[in-house]
Write a protein that binds this ligand. Structure first.
Ligand SMILES: Cc1cc2nc3c(=O)[nH]c(=O)nc-3n(C[C@H](O)[C@H](O)[C@H](O)COP(=O)(O)OP(=O)(O)OC[C@H]3O[C@@H](n4cnc5c(N)ncnc54)[C@H](O)[C@@H]3O)c2cc1C
Length: 497
């Protein structure tokens, strides 16, 4: 039996801790926040429930396998989602990639030829995605080899497409078919994170059949995993920020939290990679200077701005306008630029996604009321990082951004402003405060293929320069997200015998 400390109870930390406790190890989680879950969590304000991070997730085959391995699958009320896409030109709730294509063709009939060429290339990328099987990282031994078989068989195709599209950003991909700044250019380049590799950004369309959420809210998922961990004998320490990872002769031997030292045979950091190595690790001489520079420079994924609204509006009324709980409203205005941190009007130009927790589950709002979240990605360090530390300026910027987002959502939901009885928002600074992810990074490293931290996009990198210190969060993979966290958790659990 090994004594293992896990820093962080996001989905990565919770999965790693359950797997390791199940193997009979002594596992302690240190979580800085008062609740478990990290980005897989939620919170109540004035009787309204809101999500803290992930709204929907993909890669369900991997997620479900993990929950079955741990033994909690039956307890979690996973529900399938469909996203409605709305713009001036189209309005649809596609069930799959083919439906999505039909929706775009119907919105842009005069661009049929250009769309034919773009979609014929996209078909090849989308066809490559296998959303039905768990990732090979989730298996060990022969089973892992078996699960790799489909990837090995499709390797020649994969390599060919990777060479063509692996380092091409979605903007470069879109520019091959559509005039820059045209609506179709924006649509094809802006589907997900800005400047994602075309292989992923556009490939995400394959996932339209594989979008899931949790009816009880993400917090219920985290709570079930935390409860199971405790039943397995694990110790979950909440409100316990780790301020140092202690090493001896180049190996992790414990952590320090609230002036107390806790010994361990292994430490798994299931949170931010940059902070793990540059802030928490006690002996920086273990990290070669080139790596330190690289970590410091490496770009992280964009953060979000989210508005939380409690509405004095019946769910039925909200449903008339939203149709489904999750809506992407594409209406970027002229001048929208995610790289312009100095554009004070950014929020009146950006598109928003709308998500209603109460439409998913009426229990998420008081009787007769409803709830709504408005969300958009934000330029890094917008307006001198939200006011350069000045609280008053921060408040004003936040208020201005909230108003702009509500204005834009009002186009879809008439009378929205008059129904608001609770209102707040989270900036990337809020996300960082609650999860310790650098700049509120929503999915670990930058998605831009030109700014990769790891050479290989699909590799899982749990090792660190310190022996017995592993990364168990989404930061172990370039693609980050829930799949990154899952893969890291499994690799950590396999590593510790
Ligand atoms: C708005 C939004 C939408 C998203 N949508 C999707 C999606 O559709 N699909 C998808 O795959 N992913 C999505 N993601 C990303 C996904 O939520 C995350 O990548 C994933 O949940 C990260 O899990 P994690 O366990 O690696 O880390 P986190 O969830 O970041 O958890 C880290 C935990 O570690 C704790 N911690 C950190 N440092 C310390 C310390 N020193 N001491 C103690 N505790 C510490 C933090 O408090 C936190 O609880 C989204 C994220 C956001 C914000």
């Amino acid at each position: 039996m090994k004594n293992i400390i896990i820093i962080g109870s996001g989905i990565g930390g919770l999965i790693a801790s359950n797997l390791l406790a199940k193997k009979g190890h002594k596992v302690t989680i240190f979580e800085a926040h008062s609740m478990p879950g990290g980005y897989t969590a939620g919170f109540y304000r004035k009787g309204y429930y809101f999500e803290s991070g992930t709204l929907t997730f993909e890669a369900s085959a991997s997620v479900f396998k993990a929950m079955k391995d741990i033994g909690v699958f039956e307890k979690i009320d996973f529900v399938k989602q469909r996203i409605r896409f709305v713009s001036e030109d189209f309005d649809g709730t596609p069930e799959n990639y083919d439906d999505y294509k039909k929706m775009i063709y119907s919105g842009f009939p005069s661009d049929k030829e250009k769309l034919d060429t773009a979609f014929s290339d996209l078909d090849k990328i989308v066809g490559l995605w296998n959303v039905d099987e768990p990732m090979p990282f989730l298996y060990g031994g022969l089973k892992m080899l078996k699960s790799m078989l489909p990837y090995i068989l499709s390797a020649p195709k994969q390599i060919k497409l990777s060479k063509q599209y692996g380092n091409m950003t979605s903007s470069e991909f879109a520019a091959r078919y559509f005039e820059k700044d045209s609506k179709l250019f924006k649509l094809f380049s802006g589907f997900s994170y800005p400047d994602m590799p075309a292989m992923f950004g556009t490939g995400l369309l394959a996932m339209l059949t594989d979008l899931w959420t949790v009816k009880g809210g993400m917090q219920s998922w985290a709570d079930i995993l935390a409860e199971n961990f405790r039943k397995l004998g694990g110790d979950l320490k909440l409100n316990s920020y780790v301020d140092k990872i202690i090493t001896k002769n180049g190996a992790a031997v414990g952590v320090s939290c609230k002036n107390t030292v806790y010994d361990a045979d292994y430490v798994i950091s299931a949170g931010d990679y940059k902070k793990t190595l540059l802030k928490l690790l006690d002996d920086k001489s273990l990290i070669p200077q080139a790596l330190q520079d690289n970590i410091g420079r490496a770009a992280v994924s964009e953060g979000f701005f989210t508005v939380y609204l409690g509405l004095n509006m019946f769910n039925e009324e909200l449903s008339k306008y939203m149709k489904v709980p999750h809506v992407f409203a594409f209406d970027d205005k002229t001048g929208y630029d995610i790289y312009n941190s100095e554009d004070g009007e950014f929020f009146s130009k950006t598109s928003a996604s709308l998500f209603s927790p109460s439409m998913l589950n009426p229990k998420h709002a008081p009787e007769g009321k409803s709830s709504l979240m408005l969300q958009t990605m934000v330029p890094y360090h917008w307006m001198n990082n939200w006011g350069g530390g000045d609280k008053e300026v921060y408040g004003k910027l936040k208020e201005k951004a909230i108003d702009a987002m509500i204005d834009s959502a009002s186009r879809l939901i008439p009378g929205l402003k008059e129904c608001i009885e609770y209102k707040d928002a989270a900036t990337p600074l809020t996300y960082e405060r609650f999860t310790h992810n650098t700049d509120g990074a929503s999915s670990a490293w930058s998605w831009n293929p030109k700014k990769k931290f790891y050479k290989n996009t699909m590799s899982v990198n749990i090792e660190t320069p310190a022996k017995n210190l592993y990364i168990g969060s989404c930061w172990a993979m370039q693609i980050g997200g829930v799949p990154g966290a899952l893969a890291a958790a499994y690799q950590c659990a396999k590593k510790i015998k």
